[in-house]
Write a protein that binds this ligand. Structure first.
Ligand SMILES: [Zn+2]
Length: 368
């Protein structure tokens, strides 16, 4: 390969994104000579990553089109929380080929338990281990990070659940938005940051911790982190449920609060709207600082998204710079319960289809 010239990985990226699907379009976009491009395409064809449709590239017939072949391999995508472990097998376009749910009964759900659930999912779906290109695992705040040695024979990627929810939403519904903030408002409050299409983790993986940003006027509220007036301590699910119980309502969780608000119970509507205003106050700072193209709201309280968004808009936009909000879109998350495993799959797929990874595979395939 000529140093610095686009390799097979870059060509695959153009085909996957649909930006170039014929040889002449690819030649134009990459600046490669016809013969070098032909080599790159041949590598992708022989790796099975690309299929060619519609006949020959010469003569009076329409030019052959190249398409990404997502069924060339599978990824194993799991989401682990303190109550449930979901395992899915997905093709390289995240389409689920099989889904399995395992109850997590107690703290004995360790590396060994996860390893056996992954193996069981493959066995039930009759997928041989060798077909797995990569493994993606997301974990909730309330469990320990899974050990990457949980699977051997393919790369294992591990990330926090909220980051993968951000990635899943961006990849599925917001492809044209490169900078996205996913905000989870439920028992806990946190966010996942997607920057240039990738998760931003920060130096030590702590980026996105907006639940512990201070909201004014709540200096008496103590947070388990040791500080006072943290957003999560003020308007997280636990605080809101407590507030409603004091008003004589039955509410234990953020989901209960959301259900009451959806049912139009005035105290609950007021509580959720107030939570929206506090979240908006914190988000205004994030908007000014990070300038996202979209803010996506998830978590249990987002089930009453109408009221949450109404409160949020009151404060988030009022306190942000007009330049930062000009094209900003704010809306509820669109993926449902399988968002976690979709995000885990995206993480795994983007790892094995990264340009340098594909270039190395093509190089090996050419006998290099
Ligand atoms: Zn705190």
């Amino acid at each position: 390969m000529v140093e610095g010239s686009p390799g097979a990985g870059a060509v695959l990226r153009l085909i996957r994104d649909g930006r170039a699907t014929t040889r002449s379009q690819l030649t134009l976009q990459t600046g490669l000579s016809r013969s070098t491009l032909a080599e790159r395409v041949q590598s992708l064809l022989s790796l099975g990553l690309v299929n060619e449709a519609n006949g020959a590239s010469t003569g009076g017939r329409p030019p052959a089109t190249l398409e990404f072949n997502p069924s060339v391999g599978v990824v194993l995508a799991a989401a682990v929380s303190s109550t449930i472990c979901r395992v899915t097998i997905r093709d390289l376009a995240t389409v689920a080929l099989s889904e399995h749910s395992f109850a997590v009964e107690d703290e004995s759900f360790d590396t060994g338990a996860l390893r056996s659930r992954l193996a069981l999912a493959l066995e039930r779906a009759a997928v041989p281990t060798e077909q797995v290109w990569a493994v993606g695992i997301g974990y909730d705040e309330d469990v320990d990070p899974p050990d990457p040695t949980v699977f051997t024979g393919a790369p294992v990627l591990v990330d926090r659940h909220v980051n993968l929810l951000a990635l899943a939403e961006q990849w599925t519904h917001w492809r044209s938005v490169e900078h996205l903030l996913y905000v989870s408002v439920g028992e806990t409050i946190g966010s996942g940051i997607v920057s240039c299409g990738r998760v931003h983790h920060g130096a030590r993986g702590a980026a996105g911790g907006i639940g512990h940003i201070r909201v004014r006027g709540h200096e008496d509220v103590l947070c388990p982190c040791g500080n006072t007036s943290c957003l999560e301590a003020v308007v997280g699910g636990r605080a809101l449920a407590e507030q409603l119980r004091a008003a004589g309502l039955q509410a234990q969780t953020a989901a209960d609060v959301a259900a009451l608000a959806r049912g139009g119970v005035p105290a609950a509507v007021q509580a959720v709207r107030g939570a929206g205003r506090s979240v908006g106050e914190v988000l205004a700072e994030c908007i000014n600082f990070y300038n996202p193209g979209a803010i996506v709201l998830g978590g249990e309280l987002a089930e009453a998204s109408h009221h949450l968004l109404a409160g949020l808009r009151e404060t988030a936009f009022a306190r942000s710079l007009p330049m930062a909000t000009r094209d900003l879109v704010v809306g509820p998350a669109r993926l449902g319960a399988d968002a976690g495993t979709i995000g885990a799959a995206v993480m795994a797929i983007e790892h094995v289809l990264a340009e340098e990874y594909v270039d190395r595979a093509a190089h090996r395939d050419n006998g290099g």
